[in-house]
Design a binder for this molecule. Sequence first.
Ligand code: KG4
Ligand code: ZN
Length: 280
Amino acid sequence: MPSLAAKLHIKNIQKVLSAALSEASILPEKINYIAYTEEPGLIICLQIGKIVAETLSLYLNKPLITCNHLEGHIYASLINKETEWKFPALALIISGGHTQIYQLNNRLDFTLLGETLDDAIGECLDKSAILLGYNYPGGPIIEKLASAGKNTYQLPLPKNDESLDFSFSGLKSEVGRIVKKESKKLDINNLACSLQFTLAKLLTKKLKNAWLKSQAKTIIIGGGVIANQFLRNYLTKNIQKWDRKIKVFIPEIKYSTDNAAMIGILAYYKKTYFKILMND
Ligand code: KG4
Ligand code: ZN
């Protein structure tokens, strides 16, 4: 509901801004630059952020830095980290809107290697949770249900080939089919656990294919779905089996789902290392 989303952005943006300044204990005049998300996202909401950022930039006379939401998810893995990425690196983005694998040859050179051909992985979790009778967001619900279940349902591994593309819509349909077929016999915990396990297997396989092709020294995983503790452990453990020297970068859980700090750190790198400023 884009118009409702826009209304809520207008209603809340000032509260969010004041809360951020007071939590960070910083006065507006102490800010060095203003960063905002330019794309991708719901255009009407992005525009509200843009207008507020441009107004602040003019009023405080501070430079503006435009950021990409997906690059923000990748850079979130550098928040509070002492070490740096080594190149070539791979970045897997798993969120509510995207499932993509990128190769990074340097900090800002992103080449798309593969992506979902239909639903994003987070969408698969969100829609499956609804089929199980729960509300948005489905990811944390599936994780909780799965923790009390076992991997007993045989789910298909869609797009189980050597390509680096994904497909999730069939998996969600299969969850729907099982819910209908099993009816009263359905074990929701086991179905959630089986779904989570299938997604983990699929991500591992695609990431391994990408690693075999790129021989990446660093693997970065970002996006809301990597807030899932099972996926964090499963992927990290498997990557270490391919080569113990691979450095795995995953943001802390609080910086995995959408947040402003990830845009802040991306802007910091852009300003410090690339001097990319819109109105310099
Ligand atoms: O990156 P994000 O916060 O927003 C987008 O850019 O889409 O990702 C949101 C997605 C939702 O699909 C949500 O269900 C999923 O991340 N998610 C999780 C968990 N927390 C959020 N999925 C699995 N396990 C979680 N704990
Ligand atoms: Zn996101």
